[in-house]
Structure formats: structure tokens, C-alpha cells
Design a binder for this molecule. Sequence first.
Ligand code: HEC
Ligand code: HEC
Ligand code: HEC
Ligand code: HEC
Ligand code: HEC
Ligand code: HEC
Length: 339
Amino acid sequence: MVFSLFVTCASAQAAVTDGENCMMCHKYPGLTRVNDEGYLRVFYVDSENYAHTVHTKVKCTGCHVDIKEIPHKEMKPVDCSTECHINNAGSEKPFSHKKIVETLKKSIHNPDNPDVRARIVEDFPSCTNCHKNPTYRFDPGDVESVDEARHKERVLQKCAVCHDNNIDYKYFFNHVTHRIKNLAPSEDVVKTCSKCHSREEMATKHKMKNAAATYLDTFHGKAVEFGMPHAPTCIDCHVKKGDSAHNIQSWRNPKSATYEPNRYKTCEDADCHANASQQFGMIRMHSVIDKDIYPIEFYVALGFTILTIGAFYPLLGLMILELIRELFPNFSLRRKKKD
Ligand code: HEC
Ligand code: HEC
Ligand code: HEC
Ligand code: HEC
Ligand code: HEC
Ligand code: HEC
């Protein structure tokens, strides 16, 4: 799939700054081919969209590093920990996502993590399983309200008071405001994780619950579906406050945000559960009642069902009899003896 085709907004006039002439060929929408497995591969790059993505400042060869000549040969998949030609802010060192690779290595999403139940390497997520090439959401047509668009334009005018565009202040403005305002929308996070965690065969293979389905069954999942602000997504519960979104651990790991004895700290939140107690954290969040996984819960639930039915039906019977007596006070099945 074309990395840059993931993006959808196309309201601005900007185009890729293309010092390397890649767009000479890749600007053509017809640049497609059906591969050996029968999938359509699209090699077209939408220049306007690309210019609004977070990677717009990276040269094409900053990621597609094995292009040495044009016309070029087939190439290796992009390695997201490549150092690109952009310097890390405040230093002369080239920028890269190595730090994230390291975090990911220490997380449950590394097949070598000791908490992993089934080491099936191809089931584990890599950067592009979870990420597209997101666009900045600055285009006035793309923000939520007209007022907001106008507000942003006015703020930008302030920058122009002192800066000529020689530092590309617009780029920096977008860089910061995009992250201040836009957390990934909750539905997007749930969708990303659901790619794997909603798949029944994945759950069976890895001996875990269908996390997405069980989440959507709970109040939390429903709240996200109905667009309630502050409703917790997978990341809110599985990542400690202030930590990298990539540092996800098994609930069996004492360092994890979901480790039972410490879990209440994750629930504690001024807007949600202000004074969560340790007991509060013991509640299971992906509830399934499965005889094989949670026998205790299963038999408790079964017991309750029997109890409910056992108590309810006799009670209902009594109520009906009482009602009949009230409606027909003189009714009797036995014939009254004539006095
Ligand atoms: C002369 C035309 C031309 C130019 C210039 C060109 N490409 Fe391509 N590129 C192609 C064609 C044609 C394909 C499809 C090849 C195929 O059918 O497998 C392609 C495929 C690709 C692919 C997918 C290849 C793979 O093996 O997965 C990438 C990535 C790519 N180009 C990047 C670039 C970059 C980066 C530049 C600039 C440095 C560039 N191209 C310049 C014609 C060109
Ligand atoms: C931030 C890194 C990055 C930059 C910059 C980048 N790409 Fe890509 N590109 C990727 C990734 C990741 C893929 C998905 C395939 C892969 O994993 O190698 C991809 C896929 C492609 C493909 C499709 C190949 C296919 O497999 O169907 C083409 C064509 C392509 N890029 C061209 C370009 C061109 C042209 C530019 C510059 C305008 C560019 N890319 C800039 C990361 C990048
Ligand atoms: C299991 C899914 C997953 C994997 C794998 C993953 N990420 Fe992330 N990443 C996320 C989530 C979720 C966020 C938080 C998004 C948010 O809250 O806005 C995030 C945030 C980020 C951010 C910050 C985004 C921003 O707007 O500032 C970057 C950069 C990033 N990831 C890069 C990577 C790279 C590079 C890799 C591979 C080494 C990677 N991610 C692997 C899920 C993932
Ligand atoms: C009152 C004048 C003034 C305004 C208004 C202003 N800046 Fe600046 N800006 C400066 C000065 C002076 C510097 C350099 C000195 C410094 O580092 O403090 C600077 C530095 C910067 C830099 C760092 C450039 C570099 O290469 O190190 C960025 C980025 C920047 N400004 C963006 C913005 C943005 C975005 C806005 C609007 C929201 C803005 N500025 C508004 C005066 C201003
Ligand atoms: C309200 C907090 C919360 C939310 C939201 C949440 N989880 Fe969980 N998750 C937990 C807790 C607590 C556990 C450990 C106890 C349990 O299984 O309920 C857990 C366990 C898991 C497990 C391990 C299941 C097993 O069988 O061992 C996976 C996988 C998982 N979550 C993924 C997800 C995904 C994916 C999402 C989003 C679709 C998500 N979680 C949303 C709190 C949460
Ligand atoms: C590409 C597939 C894939 C994606 C996407 C993915 N995961 Fe996972 N996840 C896995 C695999 C595989 C395991 C390890 C299962 C095992 O132990 O064998 C795992 C394990 C987990 C566990 C630990 C379960 C335990 O043992 O307690 C949690 C929590 C989790 N993932 C949450 C998430 C969250 C949150 C996201 C979204 C940001 C996400 N995953 C995205 C494949 C994925």
C-alpha cells in the first residue's frame, strides 16, 4: 500500500518539495501494477496530500534509502529507525525513531518478551501496522469550526509580525498545535488495536481474550462508541500516565499499568474515578464468562442465574395468584358448600 495514499484530506494547494525528482514518475495515478499474488499495488503518490503529512520534510530517499540510481530497482521495506537528514531539535545529530524502537522492544509487543504466551513473530505489530502517515489538521476547511479556523489564522498572523517565512514558522506552528490539540481520536486508537485484538483466531492462538469485543461490551467501550469525552481507550488503561504510548505490558508484569495490585492508580482520575481504592482496581475490565478461562466466575454466574430463576418464578407465581385474588375476591376452585 502506498504510505502517502493513506491520507484523505486534499484541500490545500501545497505540493511536495521534490528535489529528487521522484514525482516525475510517481505523480501519475496510473502508476499501478497487479503483483504476483493478485493484489493491486499503487505506486502513485498524491503530492498535495503528501505535503500535509507529518513526514513532508523528509526527503523520499530519507526513508527509501536504497535508491541509488534512477530508474531505480525494487527496494527493501522502509525501516522506521533509519536516521533521516533532519537534525533532532536542539542538536546537530540526525533524527530517528530509534527511541521508539527501543520502547517497543521492551513492551509486550516484542515476541521475545518473557510474558508473551505464543511467540508467533508475524502476529506482532510493527510501526506501519499501527500508523499511517497522518496529515496536519490545520487546513481551515479541515478544522472543526469556522471560528477555530479563523482563530488559527489570526494566531499565525502574529508570527508574521516578527518572522519572514524564512524559518517556515507555519510548519513549526502546525507541528506543535497538531499535537497539543489532536490526540489520536479515540475511535482510531480502538480501531488500530482492534486490527489484531478483535480477531478470534488471534485470541485463541495467543490464549488471550478477544480484548476488543470484551471492551466494546463494557460501559467504557460503549462510551467511546457514543463519543463521550474522557471515555478510556486501550491506551488510557494500558499505558501509565505520561509514559510512551508504546510501553504496553502484560497485566502479569508488576511494572504494567494493569498489574492487579497497582491497577487502581491507573483508574484514578479526577474526571472519572476520583478516589479509586485498591479494591476498585480488582474489577476485571474485559469480562467474559468462560468456563475454561475463569471457572470461578463461571460457576458464580451460573449460581446467580439459578438463584435468580429459582427465586423469581415462584415469586412471580405468588404475585399472579395475589392479583387474581384481588380481581376476583370471591373466586374459588372448590365449590362453596351450600350452607
Ligand atoms: C523513471 C520513473 C521513476 C522515477 C524518477 C522514480 N520512480 Fe519509483 N517507481 C517507478 C515505477 C515504474 C515503479 C513500479 C515498479 C514496479 O512495477 O514494481 C516504482 C516503484 C517505486 C517504489 C515501490 C518499489 C518496491 O519495490 O516496493 C518506491 C518505494 C519508489 N518507487 C520510490 C521512489 C523514490 C523515492 C523516487 C525518487 C528518489 C522514485 N521512486 C523515482 C518509477 C520511478
Ligand atoms: C517517512 C518515511 C517515508 C517517506 C519520507 C516516503 N515514504 Fe514512501 N513509503 C514509506 C513506507 C513505510 C511505505 C510502505 C511500504 C514499506 O514498508 O516499505 C512506502 C511506500 C511507498 C510506495 C509504494 C510501494 C508499494 O509497496 O506499493 C511508493 C511508490 C513510495 N512509497 C514512494 C515515495 C515517494 C515518491 C516519496 C517522496 C515524495 C516517499 N515515498 C516518501 C515510507 C516513506
Ligand atoms: C501497537 C501499535 C503501535 C505500534 C506498533 C507503534 N505505535 Fe506509535 N503510537 C501508537 C499510539 C496508540 C500512539 C499515540 C497516539 C496518540 O495518542 O495521539 C503512538 C504515538 C506515536 C508517535 C507520536 C505521534 C505524534 O503525533 O506525536 C510517534 C512518532 C510514533 N508513535 C512512532 C512509531 C514508530 C516509529 C513505531 C515503530 C518503531 C511505532 N510508533 C509503533 C501505536 C503504535
Ligand atoms: C515578537 C516577535 C516574535 C513573534 C510574534 C514570534 N516569534 Fe518566533 N522567534 C522570534 C525570535 C526573536 C526568535 C529567535 C530568538 C530566540 O530563539 O528566542 C524566534 C524563534 C522562533 C523559532 C526557532 C527558529 C530556529 O530555527 O531556531 C521558531 C520555530 C519560531 N520562532 C516560531 C514562531 C511561531 C510559530 C510564531 C507564531 C505563533 C512566532 N514564532 C512568533 C520572534 C518572534
Ligand atoms: C478501562 C480500562 C481498560 C481498557 C479501556 C482496555 N483495557 Fe485491556 N485490560 C485492562 C485490564 C485491567 C486487564 C487485565 C484484566 C482483565 O483481563 O480484565 C486488561 C487485559 C487486556 C489484555 C489481556 C487479556 C488476557 O486474556 O490476558 C489485552 C490483550 C488487552 N487488555 C487489550 C486491550 C485492547 C486492545 C483494548 C482496546 C480495544 C483494551 N485492552 C482496553 C484494562 C483495560
Ligand atoms: C499486529 C497485531 C497487533 C496489534 C495491531 C496490536 N497488538 Fe497487542 N498484542 C499482539 C500480540 C501478538 C500480543 C502477544 C500475545 C501473546 O502473549 O502471545 C499482544 C499483546 C498485547 C497485550 C498483553 C496481553 C497480556 O498478556 O496481558 C496488550 C495489553 C496489548 N497487546 C494491547 C494492545 C494495544 C493497546 C494495541 C493498540 C495500541 C495493540 N495491542 C495492538 C498483537 C497486536
